[in-house]
Design a protein around this ligand. Structure first.
Ligand code: DP6
Length: 363
């Protein structure tokens, strides 16, 4: 599909009253993992994720006419109510990099307030929720000032495209329930440029699925996801991994369509372990799981064997386990998590989440 969001016409010709826009956007958990990229944030393989509900970012932008006319981004950035120079610099660099998509940004003074529903030091990635919340705000500003994104599908495709430029996994956060990103024969309209919604293709059992995040360690990761993607370029298993991801994508989508939990869970766990195997076979090789991650994995597998309950795990690029299970077994799983798994977590912290309905505009 040909997509060109570069639009020099999105420039203001008259005065702008100060206005506000705000979006809340969730995090997501990938089941088929995006790991390896090229060009400008293009994935090496298709990925699919469940959209979360509780873990989200709220971003509010006040925009008004900029006094000076230059090509600079005029930004004040607050995180949790406090100015945050490190985040501000990152956001400013991102906004400068998308000036050809939103040229009007050089005409505005922006004051951005952002906060996460989860503690910053929880060891869970915030780039997906943060970048999608910001991108949704930018698309809303475009719609308010130019009326060019009134069609919901076009609005969300563009928000997803822009989110992707901020952080690959963020492009999947703009859709409810589940989203897929990356070209694949298995899914019509799939694209490397933005994610597409998958809710219509999946069995209702996934719409009330749980994801309990075991915070095994809250320490900052020794290797960032971005650096990890980079190491895939020299990984000897890269080509077969991309091939495998395509095959698993098709199998997973089929399992999700029919509600085959065993197949879903088996693929989810294989993907998690493959992701970490790729880290262990990178050069330099690295390891993000800890002894407690392994212990938790064994206990989950043992619980499943003993109870027959469909409890599965996945991992993101860190030591924390995401426990995936249908609502029907939640009472039993809760007891197991409290008694057996919680002691393996840093300060006993577990974040209980569920599949959610996607971002919401609240201003
Ligand atoms: C393991 O989206 O954080 O969570 O595009 O460099 O920002 P950048 O990377 P990021 O990578 C996420 C990797 C993952 C798998 C996934 O979410 O698909």
């Amino acid at each position: 599909m040909q997509v060109n969001y570069k639009n020099p016409e999105l420039m203001l010709s008259g005065a702008v009253e100060p206005q506000e826009v705000a979006w809340q956007s969730p995090s997501n958990i990938a089941i088929i993992k995006y790991w390896g990229k090229h060009g400008r944030q293009l994935p090496r393989n298709p990925s699919i994720s469940l959209t979360l509900n509780e873990a989200h970012t709220k971003t509010e932008i006040t925009y008004s006419e900029k006094e000076e006319s230059n090509k600079q981004i005029d930004l004040e950035f607050y995180f949790d109510g406090k100015q945050n120079p490190m985040f501000a610099e990152k956001i400013e660099r991102f906004l400068s990099s998308i000036l050809n998509i939103f040229p009007f940004l050089e005409q505005l003074k922006l004051v951005i307030h952002s906060s996460n529903s989860f503690p910053h030091s929880a060891g869970i990635a915030s780039s997906a929720s943060a970048m999608s919340a910001l991108s949704l705000c930018l698309c809303s500003i475009e719609q308010t000032l130019f009326g060019t994104l009134s069609d919901e599908t076009s609005f969300l495709s563009k928000a997803s495209y822009v989110s992707r430029l901020g952080s690959g996994s963020a492009c999947r956060s703009v859709y409810p329930v589940a989203a897929a990103w990356g070209e694949t024969q298995t899914l019509d309209d799939s694209s490397n440029l933005f994610a597409v919604p998958c809710s219509a293709h999946i069995h209702p059992i996934f719409k009330s699925f749980h994801d309990d995040i075991l915070l095994i360690s809250k320490a900052e990761k020794s290797v960032s996801s971005t650096a990890g993607h980079g190491l895939m370029d020299g990984n000897v298993y890269a080509a077969s991994r991309y091939h495998q991801a395509n095959a698993r994508f098709g199998a997973l989508l089929e399992a999700m369509k029919v509600g085959d939990l065993e197949r879903f869970g088996t693929i989810a766990e294989q993907e998690a372990l493959t992701l970490h195997a790729l880290m262990m076979t990178s050069n330099p090789a690295y390891l993000l799981m800890t002894a407690n991650s392994l212990q938790a994995i064994r206990l989950v597998q043992q619980y499943r064997k003993e109870t027959g309950n469909p409890l599965y795990f996945t991992l993101d690029a860190g030591p924390n386990l995401h426990l995936l299970y249908p609502d029907s077994v939640s009472a039993d799983v809760s007891g197991f998590v409290k008694e057996v798994l919680q002691p393996l977590c840093e300060n006993g912290d577990v974040l209980c989440d569920v599949v959610g309905n996607g971002p919401e505009r609240y201003l």
